[in-house]
Design a protein around this ligand. Structure first.
Ligand SMILES: [Zn+2]
Length: 250
């Protein structure tokens, strides 16, 4: 794929980076990313993925915009309250970058439809708000061998991790969280969240998606990045592959 004059201009600050270049930008334009959840993480992630020139984005979310979302879900406005988030986010993506073709999918991702929804993408970004969906996304991404960026946040804490659990010595999501079926959801409605931190975690998740597509810098698959905003501490941990993991081991 070659870039036209407008694209050479639009992406000039990427192209000049030796770790991205024209080749990396062409990879972005050819890439298809599936984003699960157009919420606190999804909105800022989508903004940066769109601006970066990711060619195709599937936005999977069955929720509608509510007034309490607007404190952090920056793709939406008051006029869109009650409208499907996937539609509103897709419209915002098109406004940000005509190169980016966003497809709204107003469905809840379930065990029944996950494979069909994720089969055609190159990278999966999970910014959903519940543990049950996270497990389905993770298992499906592993089975389809799609790199998974998993991002989560609450109150003043956030985390981002990349998984390619089908590879030797690389953990899967279940190597991290175990197999407890009844983990309680902790959501922003119950416990609150600092709005600007959603921007930070969403942007970090977008960076990890770009890293998987382009391949710049160190490989972060199998690393867990932890952000503690109250104490302003940021750490990166190595996640071991669980040799007894029934999902990815052996
Ligand atoms: Zn595993």
């Amino acid at each position: 794929m070659s870039l036209n004059d407008e694209q050479l201009d639009r992406y000039a600050r990427h192209i000049i980076l030796p770790d991205i270049g024209g080749m990396g930008q062409a990879k972005l334009l050819a890439a298809h990313v599936a984003v699960i959840g157009a919420g606190g993480i999804g909105c800022p992630a989508l903004a940066y993925l769109a601006a970066a020139g990711v060619g195709q984005i599937s936005i999977i979310d069955d929720d509608v915009v509510s007034r309490s979302n607007l404190q952090r879900q920056i793709l939406f406005n008051d006029d869109q309250i009650g409208q499907p988030k996937a539609d509103c986010a897709s419209a915002a993506v098109h406004r940000l970058n005509p190169d980016c073709n966003a497809t709204p999918i107003i469905q809840r991702l379930t065990a029944d439809n996950a494979a069909a929804l994720l089969r055609d993408c190159d990278v999966v970004l999970d910014g959903c708000d519940n543990f049950a969906t996270r497990l389905i996304v993770a298992d499906t991404a592993l089975a389809l061998k799609k790199p998974l960026i998993s991002a989560a946040l609450g109150r003043f804490d956030g985390q981002v991790a990349t998984f390619r659990g089908w590879e030797e010595n690389k953990p899967c999501y279940r190597c991290l969280v175990g197999h407890a079926p009844g983990r309680d959801d902790i959501n922003c409605g119950d416990q609150g969240v600092l709005g600007a931190m959603a921007g930070m975690i969403g942007a970090m998740a977008a960076i990890e998606v770009l890293r998987q597509i382009i391949g710049f810098g160190d490989d972060t698959a199998g690393k867990l990045m932890l952000f503690d905003l109250l104490s302003a501490r940021f750490r990166t941990l190595d996640l071991p592959k669980d040799p007894g993991c029934p999902t990815c081991a052996g």
